[in-house]
Design a binder for this molecule. Structure first.
Ligand code: URA
Length: 254
């Protein structure tokens, strides 16, 4: 387990141990009463005892517990779920997490529409999330889309210059690539688009601005972090140390 994310702030030992999946708060209270928990070698019977997880050595039943505060998850978001933390009607991406991932209380970094699929980052590291979402950082996000209509060189030029959305906002320059086209009963264009901002429904609205309609949308990268295509839709895994580093670098750029 990496040491990334450790901080020096003191926290209740039952909170730390339940985060680590050692048991519920009441399990931990019982273990503490039984004298099974030690901090720096001394038995701690009070499960509300405060410890410094970066410095103190916590052991349960003689086994050291390696604590970390943060979790960083990559999800391949499926269609039909909301990238929100709760909703009265619909399932959210949090409903797809395993119990041991949910313990860390991660939240989605930014939003994908209900029907959008692909790369979604979830973390409980508010600072990194804030940096990645900050409009000042212009973190590039690349999408692949199927668009109804013939996306052409004029659209590529328009996106490179910035297009005016229906509310009058002019988007920052975006890089549009036409991957292929299909001519059946209707023309479909397969494209890749990189934008450096994150206005509501931005990709769909940019195509509406040039008279076209997105019928499928998938995010494939955020900064230098790429979607792991071997991750099935709806599945989630922790970022590797290398991926986390790539993401941090992206968030740090001005
Ligand atoms: N742009 C959109 O229109 N929808 C998304 O989900 C993401 C970007």
């Amino acid at each position: 387990m990496s040491g990334a994310g450790n901080t020096n702030k003191k926290q209740r030992i039952d909170k730390i141990l339940s985060h680590m999946g050692i048991g519920s708060r009441s399990d931990i209270r019982k273990q503490a009463k039984q004298g099974l928990i030690t901090v720096n070698g001394a038995v701690v019977k009070d499960s509300g005892f405060h410890v410094d997880s970066a410095q103190d050595v916590i052991e349960v039943g003689g086994e050291p517990v390696l604590y970390r505060e943060f979790i960083y998850l990559m999800m391949n978001k499926p269609p039909g779920v909301l990238s929100a933390t709760e909703d009265k009607r619909d399932r959210t991406v949090l409903d797809l997490l395993k119990a041991e991932q949910a313990l860390f209380e991660p939240f989605p970094v930014g939003r994908l529409d209900k029907d959008t699929v692909g790369l979604l980052l979830l973390t409980n590291d508010g600072k990194l999330a804030h940096e990645l979402l900050s409009p000042r950082k212009h973190v590039p996000k690349t999408y692949e889309a199927t668009v109804e209509g013939e996306v052409d060189a004029a659209d590529v030029a328009a996106f490179a210059a910035g297009v005016e959305l229906e509310d009058g906002y002019v988007t920052l320059p975006a890089s549009l690539r036409i991957l292929s086209r299909e001519r059946g009963s209707r023309v479909l264009s397969y494209i890749s688009l990189t934008i450096t901002e994150g206005k509501f429904h931005q990709v769909k609205r940019m195509f509406v601005a040039v008279g076209k309609k997105v019928v499928f949308l998938k995010r494939v990268s955020m900064g230098d972090l790429k979607l792991d295509e071997s991750l099935p839709q709806g599945a989630c895994r922790e970022l590797t140390a290398e991926e986390l580093e790539l993401l941090r670098r992206g968030g740090a750029e001005e």
